[in-house]
Design a protein around this ligand. Sequence first.
Ligand code: BG6
Length: 486
Amino acid sequence: MHTHDEQYGYCDLSGNALEPESASIVVFGATGDLARRKIFPALYNLERTGILPADTRVIGFARRELTRERFAAQLREACALYSHSKPLDVEAWERLAGRISYLRGSFDDEGAYRDLALRLAEPGSPANALFYLAVAPEEFAPVARGLAAAGLGCDAVRRAAGSCGPARRLVVEKPFGRDRESARALNAVLQSCFAEDDIFRIDHYLGKETVQNLLYFRFANSIFEPLWNRNHIESVEIDVLETGGIGTRGGYYDRAGAARDMLQNHLIQLLCLVAMEPPAGLDPESVRNEKVKVLKSIRDYSAPELLERSRRGQYSGYAAEDRVAPGSAAETFVSLRLEVDNWRFAGVPFKLRTGKALDRQVSEIRVTFQRPPATLFAGYCGELLSPNVLTLRIQPDEGMWLGFNAKEPGAARVAPKELRFAYRERNDDYFPEAYERLIADALAGDSTLFIRSDETEEAWRIVDALESAWAAGPAPLPYPAGSSGP
Ligand code: BG6
């Protein structure tokens, strides 16, 4: 007998995908934490798996005085330490290292961008350039302006006129602004230097395999979609819970808090993927249009409504963390109940929750379906009859499971059971890191998994209202570190 897999085989979509194009990848902030932990290990793995085009060059751009050799040695150490694939594949590393160079420059120095332009024009360099802003958020605008002033940008008007030549792409890390107004201002600056289609705003959650799976799961199956609405769904819970505290990131985190750090981006993106309508196609604009429609369907709540719908907390010991202001009111935990007021989901609560120093490390989405009608089992069992819950586990133990009720053998008893699928049972050998996928997509010019300007502004609208309700409300509730939150 054939297994289901053998009978139907795999349907490979990669034929429709854009291929990564060779480019000079310029990493601004190349000696920083993000570059060491995420970007260079991702580049190394892209090289190792043959995805990085052969003539790619990588230029590290940072303020520090460093030789090329010293820079490469530091990156080798970082790749050995932070790559998910171990031990270091020395051959693959050497291939990448041979194409890495270093350029010292400060982000406000026009001369440094002219040096960069010369480096990019050296014989043998790829024509395209990808500028990766792994810098502090206040540097995003100055670097984009510096690039444009050195003739390395290309705005939408010039792009449409076809007068820019090779691709000029800009990857921007989070946080993208600290509210709607600053995000708008930043969008305006970036768009004056680069075309929106060439701006790749990162939300690394979208690069996670299990997050991309949300679209596959919803739209490559026919059995869930008919139930995916207010007639059948009772509630949706989205959790991103972390056991770790803020570590050494107090300087950034204390000015952000959990709502800006996690809710505005990762959780709201997950909500969009759960709630969106089937897009007209898998192209970037069709997918992103649907996400924006979800965000626009979340209405403006009043401050009292938001205080009632949300909860914020701060773990014990937070105030003593490095670079946290005395008496800080930054929240390290937030929960928020939202409704997507559209035809499909009106009245269904979406409960979002995220926090640090909690008792569990898990990211997952739980969709709870309505109980069956109150005749037969539901009538008899009432609350004891468990509803069907579909859990989409993002990490760890990536997979999904569906709870259902069945007869307990040998007894007249209804018992909750589960159908389970665990990714790693089938494929533990290779689970690429989010940044690999995102960098490959940016090199291909595919912005499906990146945040469009209007998406970030709409997400800020929700978080801004929450922040201003909180500003006039009570302080965050304390909770013991290592507990389940306030
Ligand atoms: C980042 C946040 O965007 O995501 C961090 O700034 C958080 O505070 C991290 O810890 C979580 O990402 P992941 O991939 O570990 O779930």
